[in-house]
Design a protein around this ligand. Structure first.
Ligand SMILES: Nc1ncnc2c1ncn2[C@@H]1O[C@H](COP(=O)(O)OP(=O)(O)O)[C@@H](O)[C@H]1O
Ligand SMILES: [Mg+2]
Length: 314
């Protein structure tokens, strides 16, 4: 009999029926949800055998009411997102200590990924664009963005990445899913080019519109990428930073997925959708012009909303 008391942590962001609970003694986390949870648990068990920094799965199955559950060990403490918020001291600058902890976990993840390339077949990169970028959803919700221009830039990104080892990746990697002891929340896992997850962990912060509370400085971003490049070189793999632009082009689609609100739309939802469309087009234009995307040049949601597309402060 299950005698554990469970406390609700939160409803699951990407699964309307799912939730996360913590045991009363804080040693275990339980996820509940639909059948997709079973594949999340199976993936996490496989990733552990590859040396990925993931929580150990302790138990999984189906309850009498047909809900799936997965219990995993607690990685302890707070996510780096929570640590970053707690470390803010009136300003907006991300704490160097959080960047260092991120660099450490990211290097471990990258090393495990580099040691276990997977053969995704000849279409692996194209499939990654579709899966990681949710392209079917994005181009259905935004048919006007499904242009030859957009398709050409995505083809350029996959050309650029040809030959990069393909590995199992997280697809939603960032401070909220990283704890000092490892990486949680593997529901979106898929096959990615090496570096896709880790290279963007600080680059994705501006997509939140400047509302996250913290921002990484250009020095922190360069330093972080430098650590990753060294970690990649140490495994005999090429640097990951040269592909930041190609990775971000796909990520800017991910941030546009599922954003179109049903009509009649609430004004704030409509605006957020328009903002993400704007960021995608801005990134596309930068990638076409320079082969790179600098998210520090993105406007904040507030400056976009007030009609001034000025760079967000970092
Ligand atoms: N194994 C774990 N160890 C420590 N904290 C966890 C663990 N799993 C979940 N959490 C906590 O629960 C929160 C939500 O979990 P997460 O899987 O990221 O949910 P979501 O899918 O909604 O993003 C995390 O931010 C973290 O604070
Ligand atoms: Mg999460």
């Amino acid at each position: 009999m299950d005698t554990t008391d469970w406390w609700l942590v939160k409803k699951r962001t990407a699964d309307a029926d799912g939730a996360v609970y913590v045991s009363a003694d804080g040693t275990r986390y339980r996820r509940t949800g639909g059948p997709a949870l079973r594949s999340e648990a199976a993936f996490q068990q496989m990733a552990a055998t590859l040396g990925y920094p993931v929580p150990q799965v302790l138990e999984h199955g189906e309850t009498s009411t047909g809900t799936f559950f997965v219990d995993e060990e607690s990685l302890g403490g707070q996510s780096l997102h929570e640590e970053a918020l707690a470390a803010l001291d009136g300003g907006r600058e991300l704490s160097d200590q959080v960047v260092d902890q991120l660099a450490e976990v990211s290097s471990r993840l990258l090393a495990a990924q580099a040691a276990h390339p997977v053969d995704g077949g000849p279409h692996a990169l194209r499939r990654w664009v579709e899966q990681a970028g949710w392209t079917r959803n994005v181009f259905t919700e935004n048919p006007d963005l499904d242009t030859r221009r957009a398709r050409a830039a995505l083809a350029r990104a996959t050309d650029e990445l040809t030959g990069t080892p393909m590995v199992w990746g997280h697809l939603d990697y960032g401070l909220p899913n990283v704890l000092p002891a490892g990486v949680i929340d593997w529901q979106h896992h898929g096959v990615t080019p090496l570096g896709y997850d880790v290279a963007l962990a600080l680059e994705v912060i501006p997509f939140k519109g400047g509302a996250k509370g913290y921002a990484a400085t250009p020095q922190q971003r360069e330093r972080y990428l430098g650590v990753l490049d060294s970690a990649a070189r140490a495994t005999g793999r090429p640097r990951v930073s040269p592909h930041r632009g190609a990775f971000l082009l796909v990520k800017s689609l991910f941030f546009l997925a599922l954003m179109r609100p049903p009509e009649p739309a609430r004004a704030d939802k409509h605006q957020k959708w328009q903002y993400r469309r704007h960021l995608f087009l801005k990134g596309l234009e930068q990638y076409e012009r320079t082969g790179n995307i600098d998210t520090a040049l993105f406007p904040t949601l507030d400056s976009f909303a007030s009609g001034q597309d000025t760079p967000g402060r970092t």
